[in-house]
Design a protein around this ligand. Structure first.
Ligand code: IVH
Length: 718
């Protein structure tokens, strides 16, 4: 029996052998969809279809409990909630450090060491100073010179086993060159450089915005995309991924700086220990410095403090470690911190400056984001002129007004944030900021739907900030489906000024000569390239499209494929739809009521449609497009009396006169429900060439089988 036939079989009818095969198939299929959804953000099936698979798996397991598989989907909850990490106990605990914030604190630390060791006041204490990296500490166990496992700090006694993830770090030596102790724990900090963090953050922010745009169009989206707030969180999140393949893609680095359990002592001083680490191939912070005495130690803190902003990674202070390891051993620990080391913490970098203006930026999806423009000010050695104010509520909450003195901080030392204002310094007459109700990029009105924090431009079709995104959506496979017009080509055409609106695509033929001169578009080496001709031909084939595709292609917020279909079925023709939508812009009108009462549309979506049509320039762009493209009437009017209305239909085999997609769409327009598998509930099976098991099954079940010609005739296709 084929997999599809097995899937169509009722759970009650399965033999044990079939059930085992079906559970194996379901486990593989569900795992694949989990990965698509959780890891690639690219689900292929709807949530409902996915749930149906999970339910079927559970039903089969309930009937045959003895067949429960080790990799059964019911033992997992999505890909995220896999087991988590095993716990690993550190050979010796991983401690924290006491803090010093002043010269006096540091002197007291030195005095305590002298007291404890019974050293005279004139005994010079040599230290090693190291930057205190803001990352997360790890413990790496090497046995016989090989890396065997590694853990996060956890509670200090046991951490999480992140061995597989650590193995993806280029900085981690897998083997140590001789000589090495039989067993040694090496400690260090996993971190991410500021530039790598910023690049990743920018990419994530864009992905999140694109996801939001898809969600707004009611398209399927993967799980929420989190934008990391600072390099530390980013490094921690990246190292603690359940899938090491994800960690491998993250730009993580490792500085080694300490020792845990060791079978023999590899050095006499901390300085020599760091040299051993270097010899073994570890990255050791190049700023680490031998400090002959207290005075040198205080200088070090100042020097690193001044260099802080210029370092490629975040630090939150420096760490002083007594150089002599024999003294370290004698000093030992008090509570959770060693007596031989201390962290000198730097203050958070803040500065006060004047807010000159609040600019509004428009994202690719029409989101309006306020941005503070400030009198340039140095924060930790970097000149800051701009900071995001996030959204209009944030401005109101902080009561930030133009002219105010604002307190700035760089979050995780990288991204400038406005913490608040200095009320005493508010200039007389400073007015509360009024968030614009029109889009600064195109002048269309900008609305903020109830319950949302973001205000958006409604000029989707005409707003320059959104044009490229809209054009990409317009030409997509499930929208206008223009072959050869992918993201890259759209960007090229837009940059060249040839396509600014959807209608422009249909006027491209007038620019064929220009396009042919472009590199990669025309026949450079004498042979005429077909690219331009093919593209123009593909565009011509889409001058007639089903109304529902046309509506979906417009990219109106919350009008995804399903809603576009509902609208097309309800209004039948483009002219009718357009007229009714314009009428529906009047709240309380009959047309608005009608729109809101369509099953599956509702008042909120009705509002989105009205917002689109209220904008005169959207209407103009729509009419411009309708002059080039003819949306075909939705023929569902005939559905009620069609033989297929309310019936379930399966197409199998290859159709000769139309594509499977087209046939299915046609059947749906006639009111049929199209499914993929044959069951007792199927009413008609349309059998094309080389039909396989579905046709056999249909015959077995005694279902009504149609040839392609019979189907065409009954469907009224000429
Ligand atoms: S030595 C017993 N050195 O700071 C000494 N720690 O507050 C253990 N850290 O958990 C730590 N840079 O995550 C040491 N150069 C450095 C460090 C460093 C950052 C972190 C580490 C530790 C925390 C202690």
């Amino acid at each position: 029996m084929t997999e599809a036939a097995l899937r169509a079989r009722a759970v009650d009818a399965l033999t044990e052998e079939e059930a085992a095969a079906e559970l194996a198939a379901l486990a593989a299929e569900i795992a694949r969809h989990d990965a698509l959804y959780h890891r690639q953000d690219a689900p292929e099936i709807s949530d409902a279809d996915y749930d149906a698979l999970v339910r079927r798996n559970r039903a089969v397991e309930a009937r045959f409990p003895e067949l429960l598989r080790a990799d059964s989907p019911s033992r997992r909850v999505g890909a995220e909630a896999a087991e988590g990490f095993a716990k690993l106990r550190h050979g010796v605990p991983m401690l924290s450090l006491d803090n010093a914030f002043s010269d006096a604190d540091f002197s007291e630390f030195c005095a305590r060491i002298r007291r404890f060791l019974g050293l005279p006041a004139e005994e010079r204490l040599a230290f090693v100073g190291e930057p205190k990296i803001d990352g997360l500490s790890v413990n790496l166990l090497y046995e016989a010179g090989r890396f065997v496992r590694g853990a996060t700090r956890g509670d200090g006694t046991e951490g999480e086993d992140v061995t597989q993830n650590l193995l993806t770090l280029a900085d981690l030596p897998k083997r140590l060159p001789t000589p090495f102790p039989t067993r040694i724990e090496i400690r260090g900090e996993v971190f991410c450089e500021k530039a790598d963090f910023l690049a990743f953050r920018a990419a994530q922010a864009q992905a999140a915005e694109e996801r939001e745009a898809r969600r707004a169009r009611s398209e399927k989206v993967g799980p929420a995309i989190t934008v990391p707030v600072n390099p530390r969180n980013f490094a921690a999140g990246s190292l603690r991924q359940l899938d090491p393949a994800i960690t491998a893609q993250r730009p993580l680095k490792l500085f080694a700086y300490a020792m845990g359990e060791a079978s023999e002592q590899p050095a006499e001083t901390h300085g020599a220990w760091l040299q051993r680490l270097r010899d073994w191939g570890f990255r050791v912070n190049p700023e680490s410095t031998a400090l002959a005495d207290e005075a040198a130690a205080l200088d070090f803190q100042q020097r690193i403090g001044a260099a802080r902003a210029g370092l490629s990674y975040d630090i939150d202070g420096v760490v002083y470690k007594l150089d002599r390891l024999d003294w370290q051993r004698r000093l030992g620990f008090v509570g959770r911190a060693p007596r031989w080391a201390i962290a000198w913490k730097f203050p958070a970098e803040q500065a006060t400056t004047v807010l000159l203006d609040i600019q509004i930026q428009v994202g690719r999806t029409g989101a309006l984001t306020p941005r503070a423009v400030m009198q340039p000010v140095g924060v930790g050695g970097v000149m800051v002129t701009h900071a995001s104010l996030h959204n209009e509520d944030e401005i109101a909450r902080k009561d930030v007004r133009i002219g105010d003195a604002v307190i700035l901080q760089r979050a995780g030392d990288v991204i400038p944030q406005i913490l608040g204002i200095v009320p005493e310094k508010r200039p007389e007459g400073a007015q509360p900021f009024v968030f614009p109700a029109v889009c600064p990029a195109c002048g269309s009105h900008a609305i903020r739907p109830e319950g949302e924090v973001v205000r958006r431009c409604t000029g989707g079709l005409i707003c320059p900030a959104q044009t490229v995104e809209r054009l990409i959506h317009f030409t997509r496979r499930n929208a206008m489906d223009i072959e050869g017009l992918g993201e890259e080509n759209i960007q090229t055409l837009f940059d060249a000024g040839l396509v600014k609106s959807p209608a422009d695509i249909f006027r491209l033929h007038a620019h064929a000569e220009v396009m042919r001169t472009w590199e990669g578009w025309g026949g450079k080496a004498g042979r005429e390239s077909k690219k331009v001709a093919n593209l123009l031909a593909a565009i011509e084939t889409r001058r007639r499209v089903p109304l529902e595709r046309f509506i979906f292609a417009l990219g109106i917020r919350r009008i995804g494929e399903a809603n576009a279909k509902l609208l097309a079925r309800h209004y039948h023709s483009f002219a009718e739809w357009r007229a009714k939508m314009i009428a529906a812009t009047t709240i309380g009108s009959e047309a608005r009521e009608e729109l809101g009462s369509i099953q599956g549309i509702g008042p909120a979506i009705a509002t989105e449609l009205a917002e689109f049509f209220v904008e005169a320039r959207n209407r103009a762009a729509l009419d411009d497009l309708a002059a080039e493209v003819t949306p075909e009437d939705s023929v569902v009017a005939a559905a009620a009396d069609s033989a297929f209305a309310g019936r379930t239909l399966v197409f199998t085999g290859t159709l000769q006169t139309m594509s499977r997609d087209e046939a299915e769409a046609q059947a749906e327009r006639l009111g049929a429900k199209v499914t993929k598998s044959v069951s007792k509930k199927t009413d008609f099976v349309v059998v094309g060439a080389e039909a396989g098991s579905k046709a056999t099954k249909a015959a077995e079940l005694g279902l009504r089988i149609l040839t392609e010609a019979e189907w065409r005739e009954m469907a009224g296709i000429a």
